[in-house]
Design a protein around this ligand. Structure first.
Ligand SMILES: [Mn+2]
Length: 330
């Protein structure tokens, strides 16, 4: 399998410099984007475990997330708010985060001796002293696998499980267009280290009864425009179940994305009065949603991006319809 041997050696060669930079410091503080998702956690925890196992002093400054992945990948401590001061001579390793502003606890960056950025967002602003950005990687966890190998460290069973979480969450279980031979290669190698990834898939699929009820409300609140090509699903303060208890709305947008004929799928949720979090998915070969999201102060990837909107739900729907009309129709 020469092709596969090349994948491994090519990536390791590309990452050699950043691997050497990380190894210069014995103290590493790990950062990721705000409200970390599966990939941000996977990359942080995967790299953190590898560094710790090889004698580094590792601390996590990930901030809180609506989703807690610690029941799946362990490392509870990485998921907790960390207020301890940064020791002198610490290097910040910031993963899966496109800009300095978007990093959780970024005020701590100034206390670090330098910042090393490892990311896969095309919108990355190169805010580190050392930057490794590969937007062809499906997940930051994909880069993290090769980075650990480039440092010469072993991928243990725990690390394999963590990294696999990042691959699965950022590729929609290897279904999105960002999935490449390299993604499958990493998943394949990880599968030789762990044999129980089916459990991780199950864990990610479970939803609570409250989430189920909120989803049914969101489905009722879905508007279809432009002959069913633009679908907007919304939850607002009016929706009883959404506000009742712990509801995980991650993945709601996929129910719109999955409808035959949809080109642009949107999910909006009112996080506080007249403040809406907007997730967009482009189901189109050429169209790109990250530019529009960036213009609204958000960001993301060409086919999956988001932003925060201030105003009422009617105004938000109007803006989305205008965007579709101006940029998605001839
Ligand atoms: Mn990611």
């Amino acid at each position: 399998m020469n092709l596969m041997n090349n994948v491994e050696s090519d990536e390791i060669a590309k990452l050699k410099d950043v691997a050497d930079e990380i190894k210069k410091s014995g103290k590493i503080a790990i950062f990721a984007h705000q409200n970390p998702d599966g990939d941000a956690y996977a990359s942080s925890v995967g790299l953190g475990m590898a560094l710790r196992k090889n004698g580094y002093e590792v601390s996590f400054y990930l901030g809180s997330s609506k989703q807690d992945f610690s029941p799946i990948i362990g490392m509870h401590e990485a998921f907790e708010e960390n207020t301890s001061p940064i020791p002198e001579g610490t290097t910040a390793l910031c993963v899966d985060c496109a800009s300095r502003d978007y990093a959780a606890n970024n005020e701590m960056f100034d206390k670090c001796e330098r910042i090393i950025v490892v990311d896969h967002h095309a919108t990355n602003t190169f805010y580190g002293d050392v930057n490794y950005v590969d937007s062809s990687a499906a997940a930051c966890a994909e880069i993290s696998y090769f980075l650990i190998k480039a440092m010469g460290y072993e991928i243990t069973e725990d690390i394999a499980y963590a990294l696999y979480l990042g691959l699965v969450t950022d590729t929609g279980s290897f279904q999105y267009s960002n999935t490449t031979i390299r993604t499958h290669y990493v998943a394949g190698v990880l599968s030789t280290i762990r044999r129980d990834f089916h459990k991780l898939h199950d864990e990610l699929k479970y939803i609570s009864m409250d989430t189920f009820l909120a989803l049914s409300e969101a489905m009722n609140n879905t508007d279809f425009l432009f002959g069913g090509k633009l679908g907007i699903m919304s939850l607002t303060k009016e929706d009883e179940n959404y506000w009742n208890s712990h509801v995980d709305t991650d993945g709601f947008v996929d129910h719109v994305r999955d409808i035959y004929g949809i080109r642009l799928a949107v999910f909006t949720k009112e996080i506080e009065e007249n403040v809406h979090k907007v997730s967009m998915r482009a189901m189109d070969e050429v169209m790109n949603v990250s530019d529009f999201a960036a213009r609204q102060g958000g960001g993301g990837h060409p086919k999956a991006a988001g932003f925060t909107f201030n105003g009422d739900i009617e105004g938000l729907h109007m803006m989305l319809a205008e965007y579709y009309e101006e940029e998605w129709t001839e």
